[in-house]
Design a protein around this ligand. Structure first.
Ligand code: GTP
Ligand code: 3PG
Length: 233
């Protein structure tokens, strides 16, 4: 019987991801960005959270293969039906495999920080309950549910409020934790502006992973030869 919560990463086909950036990034760059975000999320979980099993939910055979290469288990969806359906499918899988809790993290967080994720995991109530890290736009960027199917998933606009409300109605203990990095996902042109501002502020102290993302998102000349990555298949 697994002791630690299962980490669930839902991943949409790269070719249709990041559609809200269509006005500022061409299709190839959006797909490259989605792929980069996904790969670094998988690498982060593998390296920093090796004590947690990892499940990728996806309808894409290519992403399934990528996830397996990174040591994740895979739950293949018949078709992408939205984040809430993917989380619900994961919860049923978690239950079947004996997990007492799951943590859903989207694969589009600008900067993943082990301390933040561990803080969130440590906030898990002793019995049934939920822990939420809201996104800067009111969405939910991390949702820990214990048991995995403790509440109906309601991802989408203002979902952190919706998840909190569901917990309240169900009488579940609920902790909302604002985490500086985890609240920042890359969805809209404004988010790219925020990434740009962050990098300008940090200057030479900018972590390399953020510079790489910036290169994918920016129409300016690349800051490092990393942009060559774009030409990879
Ligand atoms: N498995 C699965 N994952 C999904 C689905 N929809 C979204 N995701 C994932 O959920 C996370 C948050 O996604 P969104 O911000 O809603 O979608 P996005 O593709 O990143 O961006 P938009 O196209 O602009 O909505 C990302 O990791 C997505 O890959 C789905 O239908 N199935
Ligand atoms: O609640 C949501 O839907 C989450 O924030 C993830 O979606 P987003 O990446 O669209 O914010």
């Amino acid at each position: 019987m697994p002791v630690n919560p299962l980490i669930v990463i839902p991943v949409k086909d790269f070719g249709v991801a990041k559609s809200r950036l269509a006005g500022v990034l061409p299709a190839g760059r959006r797909a490259a960005l989605a792929r980069r975000l996904c790969e670094r999320t998988l690498r982060f979980c593998r390296r920093r959270l090796p004590d947690h099993d990892l499940l990728v939910v996806t309808a894409s055979p290519a992403i399934a293969a990528l996830a397996r290469r990174h040591g994740a288990r895979v739950l293949e969806e018949p078709r992408a039906a939205g984040l809430s359906v993917a989380a619900r499918r994961a919860a049923a899988w978690s239950r079947r495999h004996g997990y007492t809790a799951q943590l859903v993290i989207p694969a589009d967080i600008a900067r993943l920080d082990e301390g933040e994720i561990r803080h969130l995991l440590a906030a898990r109530p002793a019995g049934a309950g939920v822990v939420i890290c809201p996104a800067s736009d009111g969405g939910t960027n991390a949702l820990l549910t214990s048991p995995p199917d403790a509440l109906p998933f309601r991802f989408g606009e203002r979902s952190s409020e919706a998840h909190r409300e569901s917990a309240r109605r169900l009488g579940l203990p609920c902790r909302v934790i604002e985490l500086e990095h985890l609240r920042f996902d890359l969805d809209t042109p404004d988010d790219l502006g925020a990434l740009d501002a962050l990098i300008q502020r940090q200057g030479g102290d900018t972590p390399q992973e953020l510079t790489r993302l910036w290169n994918l998102c920016s129409n300016r000349p690349a800051m490092t030869p990393e942009a060559a990555w774009l030409t990879m298949p």
